[in-house]
Ligand binder design. Structure first.
Ligand code: ZN
Length: 149
């Protein structure tokens, strides 16, 4: 498995489908995603970035120094207050864009163990989750208003 790149790559523009069963295929995909994320010094990765249109994201938690896995993630609540920061993307090498995202979010998702959870995140972690969920909808950071140089 390797990283899919390119703003105009049709693979990255697909909408990912919900995961219905946690099976060996899903677990090996998650393992590969974690490996590629760390190998490329990324902080998050969506399955579509390795060419699989499944609603799975992995995140390297900046505060707890561990990997988080969210299956079928959905933001159910978000703060009106936003914060604007520059973001990069493993699928768009050498590109950055400043993006306004909610400071706080509440997420609904399934864990690797099949548990349904609600998860609160703020600041950088909320930003990474928002970025990865965008990938599940085929949205890239280059779709946001461009930052003036
Ligand atoms: Zn990305």
């Amino acid at each position: 498995m390797e990283l899919i790149t390119g703003q105009d790559n049709p693979i990255l523009r697909q909408k990912s489908r919900p995961v219905e069963h946690l099976n060996q295929e899903v677990y090996s995909l998650i393992g590969e995603m974690k490996r590629l994320m760390h190998e490329n010094d990324g902080v998050g990765l969506a399955a579509i970035q390795v060419g699989r249109p499944s609603r799975i994201i992995v995140i390297s938690d900046p505060d707890r120094n561990k990997d988080l896995v969210f299956i079928n993630p959905e933001i159910i609540k978000q703060s009106r207050e936003t914060e604007t920061l520059a973001e990069g993307c493993l699928s768009l090498p050498n590109y950055e864009n400043s993006i306004a995202r909610p400071i706080r979010i509440i997420l609904k998702a399934t864990t690797e163990d099949g548990k349904k959870i609600k998860f609160k995140a703020a600041h950088l972690l909320a930003r990474i989750i928002g970025h990865e969920i965008d990938h599940l909808e085929g949205i890239l950071i280059s779709d946001y208003p461009q930052t003036k140089p």
